[in-house]
Design a protein around this ligand. Structure first.
Ligand code: AP5
Length: 227
Protein backbone atom coordinates (compact mmCIF):
# COMPACT_ATOMS: atom_id res chain seq x y z
CA UNK A 1 0.00 0.00 0.00
CA UNK A 2 1.49 3.38 -1.01
CA UNK A 3 2.12 6.35 1.26
CA UNK A 4 -0.72 8.29 -0.36
CA UNK A 5 -3.24 5.54 0.44
CA UNK A 6 -2.11 5.45 4.08
CA UNK A 7 -3.36 8.98 4.71
CA UNK A 8 -6.88 8.18 3.49
CA UNK A 9 -9.63 7.08 5.87
CA UNK A 10 -9.87 3.31 6.18
CA UNK A 11 -12.84 1.49 4.65
CA UNK A 12 -13.51 -1.99 6.05
CA UNK A 13 -16.38 -4.28 5.12
CA UNK A 14 -17.77 -7.01 7.40
CA UNK A 15 -19.57 -9.64 5.32
CA UNK A 16 -21.54 -12.47 6.88
CA UNK A 17 -24.98 -14.01 7.38
CA UNK A 18 -27.44 -12.95 10.11
CA UNK A 19 -25.95 -13.77 13.50
CA UNK A 20 -22.38 -14.07 12.22
CA UNK A 21 -21.34 -11.43 14.76
CA UNK A 22 -20.88 -8.46 12.41
CA UNK A 23 -22.42 -5.96 14.84
CA UNK A 24 -20.69 -7.46 17.90
CA UNK A 25 -17.28 -7.35 16.24
CA UNK A 26 -17.80 -3.99 14.50
CA UNK A 27 -18.46 -2.32 17.86
CA UNK A 28 -15.23 -3.78 19.26
CA UNK A 29 -13.22 -2.66 16.22
CA UNK A 30 -14.79 0.78 16.50
CA UNK A 31 -13.57 1.12 20.09
CA UNK A 32 -10.15 -0.36 19.36
CA UNK A 33 -9.27 1.47 16.14
CA UNK A 34 -11.28 4.69 16.47
CA UNK A 35 -13.26 3.90 13.33
CA UNK A 36 -17.00 4.50 12.90
CA UNK A 37 -19.37 1.51 12.71
CA UNK A 38 -21.88 2.03 9.97
CA UNK A 39 -24.68 -0.55 9.98
CA UNK A 40 -27.28 -0.30 7.22
CA UNK A 41 -29.58 -2.44 9.38
CA UNK A 42 -29.37 0.14 12.21
CA UNK A 43 -29.85 3.03 9.74
CA UNK A 44 -32.92 1.33 8.28
CA UNK A 45 -34.38 0.54 11.73
CA UNK A 46 -33.90 4.22 12.66
CA UNK A 47 -35.72 5.25 9.46
CA UNK A 48 -38.57 2.86 10.31
CA UNK A 49 -38.76 4.21 13.88
CA UNK A 50 -38.92 7.84 12.74
CA UNK A 51 -41.41 7.02 9.97
CA UNK A 52 -39.49 8.54 7.04
CA UNK A 53 -40.62 7.69 3.50
CA UNK A 54 -37.68 5.27 3.17
CA UNK A 55 -38.53 3.74 6.54
CA UNK A 56 -42.16 3.17 5.55
CA UNK A 57 -41.05 1.46 2.34
CA UNK A 58 -38.44 -0.68 4.15
CA UNK A 59 -40.58 -1.81 7.10
CA UNK A 60 -42.54 -4.67 5.53
CA UNK A 61 -39.53 -5.95 3.56
CA UNK A 62 -37.43 -6.13 6.74
CA UNK A 63 -40.24 -7.80 8.70
CA UNK A 64 -40.42 -10.49 6.00
CA UNK A 65 -36.64 -11.03 6.00
CA UNK A 66 -36.04 -9.77 2.44
CA UNK A 67 -33.53 -7.21 1.24
CA UNK A 68 -34.56 -3.56 1.06
CA UNK A 69 -34.19 -2.04 -2.44
CA UNK A 70 -30.72 -0.97 -3.52
CA UNK A 71 -32.07 2.51 -4.22
CA UNK A 72 -33.22 3.08 -0.63
CA UNK A 73 -30.13 1.52 0.95
CA UNK A 74 -27.72 3.47 -1.24
CA UNK A 75 -29.48 6.77 -0.51
CA UNK A 76 -29.32 6.14 3.25
CA UNK A 77 -25.69 5.06 3.10
CA UNK A 78 -24.57 8.06 1.02
CA UNK A 79 -26.25 10.46 3.47
CA UNK A 80 -24.48 8.78 6.40
CA UNK A 81 -21.09 8.77 4.64
CA UNK A 82 -21.45 12.51 4.08
CA UNK A 83 -21.41 13.13 7.86
CA UNK A 84 -18.07 14.46 9.15
CA UNK A 85 -17.34 11.70 11.71
CA UNK A 86 -16.83 9.17 8.88
CA UNK A 87 -13.56 10.95 8.02
CA UNK A 88 -12.01 8.80 10.81
CA UNK A 89 -12.63 5.72 8.65
CA UNK A 90 -15.57 3.34 8.60
CA UNK A 91 -16.52 -0.27 9.29
CA UNK A 92 -19.40 -1.18 7.00
CA UNK A 93 -21.61 -3.69 8.84
CA UNK A 94 -24.23 -5.33 6.62
CA UNK A 95 -23.32 -3.36 3.50
CA UNK A 96 -22.89 -4.11 0.64
CA UNK A 97 -25.36 -6.98 0.30
CA UNK A 98 -25.86 -7.12 -3.47
CA UNK A 99 -23.68 -6.81 -6.54
CA UNK A 100 -25.29 -3.45 -7.36
CA UNK A 101 -24.42 -2.13 -3.88
CA UNK A 102 -20.81 -3.39 -4.15
CA UNK A 103 -20.29 -1.68 -7.49
CA UNK A 104 -21.94 1.53 -6.27
CA UNK A 105 -19.63 1.57 -3.25
CA UNK A 106 -16.54 1.17 -5.44
CA UNK A 107 -17.73 4.06 -7.64
CA UNK A 108 -18.52 6.27 -4.63
CA UNK A 109 -15.12 5.66 -3.04
CA UNK A 110 -13.32 6.24 -6.35
CA UNK A 111 -14.85 9.73 -6.53
CA UNK A 112 -12.85 10.73 -3.45
CA UNK A 113 -9.75 8.66 -4.28
CA UNK A 114 -10.61 6.10 -1.59
CA UNK A 115 -10.63 2.34 -1.78
CA UNK A 116 -11.58 -0.65 0.33
CA UNK A 117 -8.82 -1.72 2.71
CA UNK A 118 -10.35 -5.14 3.42
CA UNK A 119 -13.61 -7.05 2.96
CA UNK A 120 -13.72 -9.55 5.83
CA UNK A 121 -15.98 -12.57 5.56
CA UNK A 122 -17.19 -13.92 8.95
CA UNK A 123 -17.78 -17.64 8.35
CA UNK A 124 -20.28 -19.58 10.50
CA UNK A 125 -22.63 -22.60 10.24
CA UNK A 126 -26.29 -21.95 9.41
CA UNK A 127 -27.52 -23.80 12.57
CA UNK A 128 -25.32 -21.69 14.85
CA UNK A 129 -26.67 -18.50 13.29
CA UNK A 130 -30.27 -19.35 14.12
CA UNK A 131 -29.32 -19.97 17.79
CA UNK A 132 -27.42 -16.70 17.97
CA UNK A 133 -30.17 -14.61 16.44
CA UNK A 134 -32.97 -16.22 18.48
CA UNK A 135 -31.21 -15.39 21.79
CA UNK A 136 -30.12 -11.87 20.95
CA UNK A 137 -31.11 -8.65 22.72
CA UNK A 138 -29.64 -5.17 22.72
CA UNK A 139 -29.32 -2.25 25.09
CA UNK A 140 -31.86 0.33 23.91
CA UNK A 141 -29.69 3.13 25.29
CA UNK A 142 -26.22 2.48 23.80
CA UNK A 143 -26.80 -0.40 21.35
CA UNK A 144 -24.51 -2.92 23.07
CA UNK A 145 -25.50 -6.46 22.05
CA UNK A 146 -26.19 -9.41 24.41
CA UNK A 147 -27.32 -13.03 24.17
CA UNK A 148 -29.45 -15.21 26.47
CA UNK A 149 -26.66 -17.84 26.68
CA UNK A 150 -23.49 -16.58 24.98
CA UNK A 151 -23.17 -13.05 26.31
CA UNK A 152 -25.12 -12.14 29.42
CA UNK A 153 -24.61 -8.86 31.29
CA UNK A 154 -22.99 -9.02 34.76
CA UNK A 155 -26.25 -7.77 36.33
CA UNK A 156 -29.40 -9.18 34.72
CA UNK A 157 -31.09 -6.77 32.28
CA UNK A 158 -28.52 -4.04 32.99
CA UNK A 159 -26.07 -2.97 30.29
CA UNK A 160 -22.40 -3.56 31.24
CA UNK A 161 -21.37 -0.62 29.10
CA UNK A 162 -23.77 2.21 30.00
CA UNK A 163 -25.93 0.91 32.89
CA UNK A 164 -29.09 1.19 30.77
CA UNK A 165 -31.98 -1.13 31.66
CA UNK A 166 -34.08 -0.77 28.51
CA UNK A 167 -33.24 -4.04 26.71
CA UNK A 168 -34.79 -4.59 23.27
CA UNK A 169 -35.41 -7.58 20.99
CA UNK A 170 -35.69 -7.13 17.23
CA UNK A 171 -39.01 -7.84 15.50
CA UNK A 172 -37.22 -9.82 12.75
CA UNK A 173 -35.38 -12.14 15.19
CA UNK A 174 -37.84 -15.04 14.96
CA UNK A 175 -37.25 -18.47 13.42
CA UNK A 176 -39.37 -17.91 10.27
CA UNK A 177 -37.80 -14.57 9.40
CA UNK A 178 -34.28 -15.78 10.16
CA UNK A 179 -34.81 -18.53 7.56
CA UNK A 180 -35.76 -15.89 4.96
CA UNK A 181 -32.80 -13.68 5.92
CA UNK A 182 -30.48 -16.65 5.57
CA UNK A 183 -31.94 -17.40 2.13
CA UNK A 184 -31.40 -13.79 1.04
CA UNK A 185 -27.82 -13.97 2.30
CA UNK A 186 -26.97 -17.11 0.33
CA UNK A 187 -28.72 -15.92 -2.87
CA UNK A 188 -27.64 -12.29 -2.99
CA UNK A 189 -24.80 -11.54 -0.56
CA UNK A 190 -22.58 -14.65 -0.47
CA UNK A 191 -21.60 -14.11 -4.16
CA UNK A 192 -19.81 -10.93 -3.02
CA UNK A 193 -17.16 -13.12 -1.41
CA UNK A 194 -15.97 -14.03 -4.92
CA UNK A 195 -16.27 -10.36 -5.99
CA UNK A 196 -13.86 -9.22 -3.27
CA UNK A 197 -11.61 -12.24 -3.78
CA UNK A 198 -11.15 -11.16 -7.40
CA UNK A 199 -10.48 -7.61 -6.22
CA UNK A 200 -7.76 -8.91 -3.89
CA UNK A 201 -9.35 -7.37 -0.77
CA UNK A 202 -10.99 -10.50 0.71
CA UNK A 203 -10.00 -11.84 4.13
CA UNK A 204 -11.78 -14.79 5.76
CA UNK A 205 -12.18 -15.45 9.47
CA UNK A 206 -13.66 -18.46 11.26
CA UNK A 207 -16.45 -16.83 13.30
CA UNK A 208 -17.56 -20.02 15.13
CA UNK A 209 -15.33 -19.53 18.15
CA UNK A 210 -15.53 -17.41 21.28
CA UNK A 211 -16.28 -13.68 20.81
CA UNK A 212 -12.99 -12.47 22.34
CA UNK A 213 -10.86 -14.88 20.29
CA UNK A 214 -12.55 -13.83 17.05
CA UNK A 215 -11.99 -10.18 18.02
CA UNK A 216 -8.26 -10.86 18.38
CA UNK A 217 -8.06 -12.48 14.93
CA UNK A 218 -10.08 -9.67 13.37
CA UNK A 219 -7.96 -6.99 15.03
CA UNK A 220 -4.83 -8.54 13.54
CA UNK A 221 -6.43 -8.46 10.08
CA UNK A 222 -7.55 -4.86 10.53
CA UNK A 223 -4.15 -3.80 11.87
CA UNK A 224 -2.50 -5.09 8.70
CA UNK A 225 -5.22 -3.69 6.43
CA UNK A 226 -5.01 -0.12 7.74
CA UNK A 227 -1.21 -0.02 8.23
P1 AP5 B 1 -29.05 -6.30 9.77
O1 AP5 B 1 -29.40 -5.47 10.93
O2 AP5 B 1 -27.79 -6.02 9.04
O3 AP5 B 1 -29.12 -7.81 10.24
P2 AP5 B 1 -28.32 -9.12 9.76
O4 AP5 B 1 -27.38 -9.02 8.63
O5 AP5 B 1 -29.40 -10.13 9.59
O6 AP5 B 1 -27.33 -9.37 10.86
P3 AP5 B 1 -27.62 -9.42 12.35
O7 AP5 B 1 -27.68 -8.05 12.93
O8 AP5 B 1 -28.82 -10.31 12.61
O9 AP5 B 1 -26.38 -10.26 12.87
P4 AP5 B 1 -24.90 -9.83 13.19
O10 AP5 B 1 -23.99 -10.53 12.22
O11 AP5 B 1 -24.71 -8.36 13.35
O12 AP5 B 1 -24.76 -10.58 14.58
P5 AP5 B 1 -24.63 -9.99 16.06
O13 AP5 B 1 -23.29 -9.38 16.24
O14 AP5 B 1 -25.83 -9.16 16.44
O15 AP5 B 1 -30.21 -6.27 8.67
C1 AP5 B 1 -31.58 -6.41 9.06
C2 AP5 B 1 -32.46 -6.23 7.81
O16 AP5 B 1 -32.26 -4.90 7.25
C3 AP5 B 1 -32.14 -7.19 6.65
O17 AP5 B 1 -32.81 -8.42 6.81
C4 AP5 B 1 -32.65 -6.36 5.45
O18 AP5 B 1 -34.05 -6.43 5.34
C5 AP5 B 1 -32.27 -4.94 5.82
N1 AP5 B 1 -30.94 -4.53 5.33
C6 AP5 B 1 -29.85 -4.17 6.08
N2 AP5 B 1 -28.80 -3.84 5.31
C7 AP5 B 1 -29.24 -3.98 4.02
C8 AP5 B 1 -28.61 -3.81 2.76
N3 AP5 B 1 -27.30 -3.43 2.66
N4 AP5 B 1 -29.33 -4.05 1.64
C9 AP5 B 1 -30.64 -4.43 1.72
N5 AP5 B 1 -31.29 -4.62 2.88
C10 AP5 B 1 -30.60 -4.41 4.03
O19 AP5 B 1 -24.66 -11.37 16.87
C11 AP5 B 1 -25.88 -12.10 16.99
C12 AP5 B 1 -26.00 -12.66 18.42
O20 AP5 B 1 -24.99 -13.65 18.62
C13 AP5 B 1 -25.78 -11.62 19.52
O21 AP5 B 1 -26.66 -11.90 20.57
C14 AP5 B 1 -24.33 -11.82 19.96
O22 AP5 B 1 -24.15 -11.50 21.35
C15 AP5 B 1 -24.11 -13.30 19.69
N6 AP5 B 1 -22.78 -13.61 19.22
C16 AP5 B 1 -22.00 -12.88 18.36
N7 AP5 B 1 -20.81 -13.50 18.15
C17 AP5 B 1 -20.87 -14.66 18.86
C18 AP5 B 1 -19.95 -15.74 19.04
N8 AP5 B 1 -18.76 -15.77 18.44
N9 AP5 B 1 -20.34 -16.76 19.83
C19 AP5 B 1 -21.54 -16.75 20.45
N10 AP5 B 1 -22.45 -15.75 20.33
C20 AP5 B 1 -22.11 -14.72 19.54
Amino acid sequence: MGADTMTRPAVLILLGPPGAGKGTQARMLQDRFGLVQLSTGDLLRAAVATGTEAGRAAQSVMAAGGLVSDEIVLAILKDRLAEPDTAKGVILDGFPRTNVQAQALDALLAQSGQQINAAISLEVDDAEMVARVAGRYTCGTCGEGYHDSYKVPAIADTCDKCGGTDMKRRADDNAATVGQRLGAYHAQTAPLIAYYEEQGTLQRIDAMGEIGQIAEGLSAIVQRAVA
